[in-house]
Design a protein around this ligand. Sequence first.
Ligand code: 5RP
Length: 262
Amino acid sequence: MSDLSPTDAAKHAAARKAVSYIEDGMKVGLGTGSTAAFMVKCLGERVRNEGLKITGVATSTRTADLAASEGINVVTLDDAKWLNLTIDGADEYDGNLNLIKGGGGALLMEKIVATASDRMIVIADLSKQVETLGAFPLPVEVIPFGWQTTKALIEETLINLDVMGRETSRRMNNDEPFLTDQGNYILDLNLKRIGNARRLSLVLNQVPGVVENGLFIDIADVVIIGMGDGSVETRDITDGSVTHDDAPEPGDDNVFAGIADS
Ligand code: 5RP
């Protein structure tokens, strides 16, 4: 793991720990993003090395492709119906384990999959921890039809809400609008500070044209925070427990050699 930057080492440590929660026969939601990619690779190692039999449901085509290339059996959510566990990254998490997600544009599938799971484990490094959500621009997935009207309605709605900033922009991919896996646009809401995330989430989803927003309220159960030295802290919001694991001994993690290349 010495070839990983401290940030990647932290992501990898969180991913590795999260994958230890997966048991034979489980149906597992597979998140999207760079931390989730480490998790998919760690899970692929367990599938290949231990013969672990699991069924994965991916939260994006990117993750589905990566999981398939790792030899993980990937099915649709409609096939799986309900999942034991979802493991995913986050752009921000607060002390109640409420999240901002969607930096990678997969918030809709991520929210559907996490909600269809008995348990959601968030994997992150300390840079994602915040006192109050909102410094990371909140992604909102909107239908392309009439998106400028939807954007204007969102901006009008924000006037009456407890937020510090109100700037909104459509996400771009070079010169083209960014398109989600469902063919929708993402509006990024630069709110700086969200006073009442629960209310904001409800109100945003009432605006016609909004498909879903990136606030995950009362969905996550556990956060595993990876550190640059390979140690992890696990906080379980359901029972208030906090545990620490030291970094694995050198040699313990050689099954993950080459993981930084993904
Ligand atoms: C994708 C997400 C990701 O989980 C979030 O953006 C964190 O990504 P990373 O692990 O790369 O920092 O919500 O839609």
